[in-house]
Design a protein around this ligand. Structure first.
Ligand code: PLP
Length: 221
């Protein structure tokens, strides 16, 4: 995928986001595109930056560490970590990320809080919910979500920005998005990270404020 294709894809995705927002009676500016660059080379990230993209998502701390710090010197962007996070990577994550979207258990909350104190750096946090109860996926269970959200609000205050989910691949995502939107509203949380290349328009209809789109911008992996 060359830089012209990436710029074209970005424009198309942004148009689709704007149209989906308008169709849902929302403002296009209320939905932020997180461009997911996992497995893609730094040249692809740079092409997106040059096309005006300012928010990126990566799954793995190590890969993000390899690709993004060198870009910081010359460019302004936000980096979101969107993959399941091991507690022993919390310090690297806090040092690197502007947003950690995958807070999902008390032990990780402990590690992130300790890392924030040590690094004096305070990325925003989202709680990931495993809405489909899939054993291989990260995310707090639906049943434990209310308690965990309340604990994290108490502990992190306004740094806790909202909720994130990745619905099961083979199911209608709508009920998952609706459940997450409902839960965020219940807790007074504003940010809803949901929707990927295959379903971001559905997510926007359900209230997504951040959509995480990879392959529709950077090509298949
Ligand atoms: C890879 C990934 C995405 C982007 O997926 P695409 O289908 O390529 O748009 C979004 N969110 C998470 C958590 C991912 O791991």
């Amino acid at each position: 995928m060359d830089s012209i294709e990436i710029a074209d894809n970005l424009r198309r995705v942004k148009d689709r986001i704007a149209n989906a927002a308008i169709a849902a009676g929302r403002k296009p500016g209320d939905v932020t595109l997180v461009a997911v660059s996992k497995t893609k080379p730094v040249e692809a990230v740079l092409a997106a930056i040059q096309a005006g993209q300012t928010v990126f998502g990566e799954n793995r701390v190590q890969e993000a560490e390899d690709k993004f710090p060198p870009l910081r010197a010359a460019h302004r962007f936000d980096l979101h970590l969107i993959g399941g996070l091991q507690s022993n990577k919390a310090r690297d994550a806090v040092r690197l990320a502007d947003v950690i979207e995958t807070l999902d258990r008390p032990k990780l909350a402990d590690a992130i809080a300790a890392a924030m104190a040590k690094e004096n750096r305070h990325p925003k946090l989202l709680i990931e919910v495993n809405t489909g109860s899939e054993p291989q996926k990260s995310g707090v269970s639906r049943d434990d979500a209310d308690g965990f959200i309340a604990d994290c609000k108490g502990r992190f205050g306004d740094l806790l920005a909202g909720l994130m989910c990745v619905p099961p691949h083979d199911e209608d995502p709508r009920p998952h998005f609706d459940w997450l939107a409902n839960r965020a509203a219940k807790h007074g949380l504003i940010t809803l990270s949901m929707g990927m290349s295959a379903d971001f328009e559905i997510a926007i209809a359900a209230g997504a404020t951040w959509v995480r789109v990879g392959s529709a911008i950077f090509g298949s992996r």
